[in-house]
Design a protein around this ligand. Structure first.
Ligand code: ZN
Length: 411
């Protein structure tokens, strides 16, 4: 698990968190704002895109910038499909400065080929420009001060953010020109520090048996043996040339392994909440839904004592071993989360009842969907309800955003 941990002096350990899922229709644009008692803000974005008109993203980004902030600290990208990324450039263009960091899934070379084949093969889906895939790091580097690929293999990104201003030591006596400084003596014992919030994330990797078949087929379409092809793939220019110029061969190889429709293989999961080991140290003072698809009233909704949030992108969690991987790695986080995004816009193809394991029964399951590709699937929503959960579908109606807030403080 990669982590960004927010640390604070215990005496100031209060946070106010707003989370909003914006009305971008069949897509995903989700933001979180963490505010300290001293009005210091951390702003986080998880995905920004739509499969519907790009005007929806423009409208929602404009609202976000107007009502929340024009400064974003961290952007997390679950995967590279357009309905999760095609609003990024507009979002960044509306910000005062570039976001500090953007985290994106480090997809392997072979997966990049498969994705470009998919994007060439299904032009109607207006997937991200394949040029993005040819220069992934360059593309994301253009969107933030730092672009961080998150690899399924390594979980070694750890950052600690001190939410307090550094404590000024006023105990140093003025240095006069003719005497050495006297030893400093601290007059007060500093507050102990505590980790109050964490962004914990990791990429899961679905190892598709079709991947090998696809690569064999592509190699032969291009006139290479697989061995030579694999060697040549080590050359960046060779790879880029295939992605951009060998459309015909890519499409042929893609079609040769029919059924590779759902290729959301590498997916970045994000947990945002109290670090599990510190959960008992905090009181969740309130959590209410400000507005959502079926309540117009403020505070009509649930009291949710668990403050965590989990984003799942379009992860194919119907795959048992992937679900196990997610459930094992996120077990402690799930127990203290009451909002989770439903993978792939509540498609029945990505659903497994095991997704609900370990989550409190009253949890909210949120997805962005408006009927495109039959999302959300009514069977999925029914299973959530029968388990005691609350499905929330955010569509493209401007008034349809789903917003919740949590206030936590130390016990
Ligand atoms: Zn999607």
């Amino acid at each position: 698990m990669d982590t960004i941990t927010f640390r604070i002096n215990e005496s100031k350990a209060h946070l106010d968190i707003n989370r909003t899922h914006w009305a971008v229709g069949a897509g995903f644009f989700s933001t979180q704002q963490i505010r300290t008692r001293e009005n210091k803000y951390i702003n986080i974005v998880y995905d920004c895109g739509t499969n519907n008109s790009i005007n929806l993203v423009v409208r929602e980004v404009d609202k976000y910038v107007k009502y929340f902030t024009d400064e974003v600290d961290y952007i997390f990208i679950s995967h590279l499909d357009k309905d999760h990324v095609n609003g990024l450039e507009y979002l960044v263009s509306k910000l005062k400065n570039k976001p500090k960091k953007i985290f994106y899934p480090a997809v392997s070379n072979s997966e990049i080929l498969i994705l470009s084949a998919k994007y060439h093969a299904i032009p109607s889906s207006q997937q991200p420009n394949v040029e993005i895939l040819a220069n992934l790091q360059e593309y994301f580097s253009s969107l933030a001060e730092q672009a961080v690929p998150v690899s399924p293999e390594s979980n070694d990104y750890h950052e600690i953010i001190e939410l307090d201003e550094p404590q000024l030591d006023n105990d140093i006596e003025p240095i006069s020109s003719d005497s050495a400084p006297s030893p400093k003596v601290s007059s007060s014992y500093p507050d102990p520090i505590i980790d109050i919030w964490t962004l914990s994330f990791e990429c899961s990797l679905k190892l598709s048996s079709q991947q090998n078949k696809f690569l064999n087929s592509l190699a032969s379409e291009l006139g290479y043996t697989r061995l030579i092809f694999d060697k040549k793939m080590l050359d960046e220019a060779f790879k880029q040339n295939i992605i951009l110029k060998r459309k015909k061969e890519l499409i042929k190889a893609y079609k040769s392994v029919g059924g590779m429709k759902n290729l959301n293989n590498t997916s970045l999961f994000l947990y945002s909440g109290i670090p599990p080991q510190n959960r008992r140290k905090f009181k969740v003072f309130r959590s209410l839904f400000k507005s959502c698809s079926w309540w117009n009233n403020i505070a009509a909704g649930c009291w949710t004592p668990e403050p965590g949030w989990i984003g799942t992108g379009d992860a194919p969690l119907q795959t048992q071993y992937l679900l196990n991987q997610f459930n094992n790695n996120f077990k402690d986080y799930k127990k203290i989360s009451s909002i989770i995004t439903i993978p792939h816009h509540a498609s029945k193809h990505n659903w497994n009842n095991g997704i609900m394991n370990d989550l409190p029964s009253y949890s909210v399951y949120v997805a962005g969907a408006n009927g495109l590709y039959n999302h959300p699937d009514s069977g999925v929503l029914k299973k959530i309800i029968m388990n005691g959960g609350i499905p929330v579908i955010v569509n493209d109606n401007e008034k349809n955003i789903f917003s919740s807030s949590v206030y936590i403080h130390i016990k």
